[in-house]
Design a protein around this ligand. Structure first.
Ligand SMILES: Nc1ncnc2c1ncn2[C@@H]1O[C@H](COP(=O)(O)OP(=O)(O)OP(=O)(O)O)[C@@H](O)[C@H]1O
Ligand SMILES: O=P(O)(O)OC[C@H]1O[C@H](OP(=O)(O)OP(=O)(O)O)[C@H](O)[C@@H]1O
Ligand SMILES: [Mg+2]
Length: 285
């Protein structure tokens, strides 16, 4: 029987969350971080632990069928690969940054300058789009130090909280792209592997949906129910059950994270009481 081969980062920012998603999909993996390859015991899946930076090439070469990888790396060297799902973690930007005290404003001022980066293709595409000619200085790490040691006039690197820029006396001038961890696949999968991928994605979708939602229970006097129901988005319509106390009901529903607190505030104003919020493990539509 064919097995799907998934690459995840061996160690680094994506490792723990990648394993967590697979485990939440009910896939059992022996903790084999020191091995290069492990097999799931209850799903036809092989897991390869690889460097994030090498993953696009492994997908292209067919060593792996699937991978959890930073979206920015696909932009850098995986244009031909397919993003199956955005996974919502490891959110960051790839940005240009210049010295804090610089009078330059952004990319247009970088004509003829030196820019240090680990993402040369991403930077080159941006410079081309902006019609700017600059010299790209490729370095593999500690990019933010480059302007301070006289190696470059600007940098292009990952920015998240901005604290690395701050510590190195730099300021963000241009956001080139936004990134998050994604589930990517090779563009050519056999029919059998595509079926396995569909099965895995069905599980991943139910996990992602559940992570993004809360199960909410509340009590309300019956004369307030109509107003309360209008506020609730829910999967379908809310469940209403009578309480032992007459003229009161319990309302059960699902609320997504984005507007969670706004909806809770509205519910309270509309007369909801004893609101209980619990996590959801899986959500299957
Ligand atoms: N500070 C950050 N905040 C949020 N996400 C980040 C941050 N730095 C990197 N990322 C994202 O996580 C991915 C992995 O970053 P990490 O630093 O762990 O590995 P790496 O140095 O790119 O790769 P390798 O596994 O090849 O050593 C990046 O491609 C990016 O998408
Ligand atoms: O805006 P911030 O929150 O400061 O994050 C940005 C920093 O995070 C990443 O480095 P990382 O910590 O992964 O170290 P690395 O360069 O060794 O990969 C990235 O290369 C930046 O340097
Ligand atoms: Mg890093």
């Amino acid at each position: 029987m064919e097995k799907l081969k998934i690459a995840i980062q061996k160690s680094g920012r994506l490792h723990d969350e990648s394993l967590k998603i697979l485990k939440n999909c009910g896939i059992s993996i022996d903790n084999g971080r020191d091995q290069l390859k492990v097999e799931a015991s209850n799903f036809p899946l092989e897991i390869f632990y690889l460097r994030n930076g090498d993953i696009p090439q492994y997908l292209r070469d067919g060593i792996a069928d699937l991978a959890i990888v930073g979206e920015n790396l696909l932009y850098e060297k995986g244009d031909d690969l397919i993003i199956q799902r955005r996974l919502g973690f490891s959110k960051c930007k790839v940005s240009l940054a210049i010295p804090k005290q610089s009078t330059m404003k952004g990319v247009k001022d970088l004509e003829g300058m030196q820019i240090a980066t680990s993402y040369p293709n991403t930077l080159q595409k941006y410079l081309d789009k902006q019609g700017v000619n600059a010299n790209i200085h490729l370095i593999t790490g500690s990019v933010e130090i480059a302007p301070n040691i006289g190696l470059a006039d600007a940098i292009c690197d990952i920015v998240s909280s901005g604290s690395t820029l701050f510590k190195n006396n730099l300021k963000e001038s241009d956001v080139i792209l936004n990134s998050e961890a994604v589930l990517a696949s090779s563009p050519t999968l056999s029919k059998e592997k595509q079926e396995l991928l569909d099965k895995l994605m069905f599980r991943i979708d139910s996990v992602l949906r559940a992570e993004n939602s809360k199960y909410v229970l509340l009590n309300a006097p019956n004369d307030k129910l109509e107003d309360i129901i209008k506020i609730l988005p829910g999967m379908k319509s809310p469940t209403i059950m009578p309480l032992a106390e007459s003229n009161w009901s319990s309302v059960h529903t699902v609320i997504t994270q984005e507007k969670f607190w706004e909806i809770i505030d509205e519910l309270k104003s509309a007369g909801a009481e004893s609101i209980i919020v619990t996590p959801i493990e899986k959500m299957i539509l």
